[in-house]
Design a protein around this ligand. Structure first.
Ligand code: PCA
Length: 329
């Protein structure tokens, strides 16, 4: 039976075949890997190292071109681009896609996993569910890498969440947008590649993110304070179009999987190593870096409880089972 799915799959395979030349065993194949963060961000550096490893291990048969800073596709479009074969591999912040499946947003439930070892446990607990959902979308997970713990950037003192009322709040996913709503700020979703401009033009005057993104966006040119709340550790995931992967010969597939495992280890280490360096850089640039006050901390705990409830409601029994499994680890 020819249905829309069949046509879609045929078109996708055709596009992959044309774009990559996978059908020509002897020729060099070039794949594209759209990514959304700057070239000197540890995520992107890790992707470039991954591409190099793949190229070396395949004797130059498979070349992967990493496109940094959302230059090939905007962050929210990367996953679909890879699923439809417009690109063969891609990297995104998993929680951008929480609306497709709550499991994509588990790592941004506030205060569930706030250290790297906890984040790794949460990743292990949720990995099978993430892989399953991605597989249903024609994608195969290659590796996941964390950012640094998330804090709040502003240009004024925050003594409590009440001081966040009216802020022009930059959000990057469902959770950060909801936090903006809960504190009475004005949330606007802006991905990292557009954040420097949004800060420079005053479209936003506050956001939550890592020291890494603060550094990438030269946040000190517009804002003055960083509250190191350490609320959660989001992850980027790198995946491959499954049909494109399946069309490769076995040694090439193995080279990719091996390079992916190496990239995962290298990426976690890079962020652990660089987290305090980033915070130091913010200080060196003159930002007031401080832990949240007891009141602000309490307020964030309450916001966190609300977001946890929201998530558990969305994720149902399966979600609760994941959280329970994680807590037992
Ligand atoms: N940086 C990305 C996502 C999380 C982070 O630390 C951003 O702010 O868009």
């Amino acid at each position: 039976m020819i249905n829309r799915r069949t046509i879609f799959a045929t078109v996708a395979c055709f596009a992959i075949g044309l774009g990559s030349g996978v059908n020509h065993a002897s020729a060099q194949t070039t794949w594209n890997l759209p990514a959304a963060y700057p070239a000197d961000n540890p995520h992107t550096e890790n992707l470039v190292a991954f591409a190099k490893d793949v190229e070396a291990a395949t004797g130059g048969k498979l070349k992967v071109n990493v496109h940094a800073n959302a230059s090939l596709f905007k962050a929210p479009d990367i996953k679909r681009a890879v699923a439809t074969g417009q690109a063969q591999m891609g990297e995104v912040l998993l929680s951008i896609h929480e609306n497709e499946d709550p499991v994509f947003g588990l790592d941004v439930v506030p205060f569930l996993a706030t250290s790297f070892p906890e984040a790794m446990k949460l990743y292990q607990a949720s990995k099978p569910a993430i892989e399953k959902k991605l597989a249903s979308q024609g994608l195969m997970l290659l590796f996941a890498v964390p950012w640094a713990p998330q804090g709040v950037y502003t240009k004024k003192d925050l003594n409590s969440a009440a001081d966040m009322k009216g802020l022009k709040w930059r959000a990057y996913n469902v959770g950060t947008s909801r936090i903006g709503e809960l504190v009475g700020a004005q949330p606007v979703t802006i991905q990292a590649a557009e954040l420097p401009q949004a800060l420079a033009t005053g479209i936003v005057d506050s956001f939550m993110s890592s020291g890494g993104t603060g550094y990438d966006t030269k946040v000190w040119e517009s804002l003055t304070h960083f509250y190191d709340v350490q609320a959660w550790i989001p992850k980027n995931v790198t995946f491959v179009n499954k049909a494109a992967f399946d069309a490769l010969d076995k040694p090439t597939q193995e080279a990719i999987l091996k390079a992916a495992a190496t990239a995962e280890t290298r990426g976690w280490k890079a962020w652990e190593d660089k987290t305090s360096w980033y915070v130091e850089q913010l200080k060196a640039k003159g930002m007031k870096v401080q832990p949240p006050s007891a009141t602000l901390k309490d307020d964030f705990k309450k916001i966190g409880e609300q977001l946890t409830d929201d998530w558990l409601k969305k994720a149902g029994a399966d979600g609760k089972a994941l959280v329970d499994a994680y807590k037992k680890m």
